[in-house]
Design a binder for this molecule. Structure first.
Ligand code: ADP
Ligand code: MG
Length: 165
């Protein structure tokens, strides 16, 4: 124990939150499907490898995200679903806490592509919560998110996940 009160850094906070939001591949899947439904998708394609432990790919045809929103979506407590207390009393979406994407991103490797209206699509690469690449993408519609190697950077959780296979 460090006998000193310190403020945890954002990535550590996200990793701790990840333990509450996601504890296995199916909870990642649930969060991502809820996001696709909230984005008014009509069709959602899902591909998994090794029970989702190696990879989960979700393609939707929802309203997608603008480049700026795509980056913001990975900030903790960033959501497009509520703005004020009144909205909190009238929730009609499946998510609203803005915790899923930063939590999942902090414990995996993510490639996300999205296109909003007639804008050019955009893609981000995020590894262990760190943005490693951001560039235009030719995605046609909606959002595609690939989540690889869940808990690759949290050895204790990875061990637990492997044990349960
Ligand atoms: N598949 C998607 N299509 C469009 N927008 C999305 C999608 N997934 C996430 N988003 C955007 O990213 C934001 C953050 O998502 P998330 O971390 O799950 O928080 P929440 O769903 O609680 O708002 C959402 O509010 C939404 O604006
Ligand atoms: Mg959500």
């Amino acid at each position: 124990m460090i006998n000193k009160v310190i403020k945890l850094n954002d990535n550590l906070i996200n990793q701790i939150a990840a333990g509450e939001v996601v504890d296995n591949p199916s909870s990642v899947l649930k969060e991502l499907i809820e996001n696709s439904i909230d984005a008014k998708s009509k069709s959602i394609d899902i591909y998994i490898e090794n029970g989702g432990k190696k990879s989960i790919l979700i393609n939707d045809d929802g309203h997608g995200m603008h480049e700026k929103d795509l980056v913001n979506a990975f900030e903790r407590f960033a959501t497009s679903k509520i703005e004020n207390q009144k909205d909190l009393e009238n929730i009609c979406t499946l998510g609203f806490r803005g915790e899923a994407l930063p939590s999942i991103a902090s414990v995996s490797q993510i490639l996300i592509k999205s296109k909003y209206k007639s804008n050019t699509g955009h893609q981000l690469n995020i590894e262990g919560g760190k943005l490693v690449n951001s560039k235009p993408d030719s995605i046609d519609k909606g959002t595609s998110i690939l989540v690889k190697n869940l808990f690759y950077n949290v050895p204790a959780r990875l061990k637990f996940l492997k044990k349960r296979q």
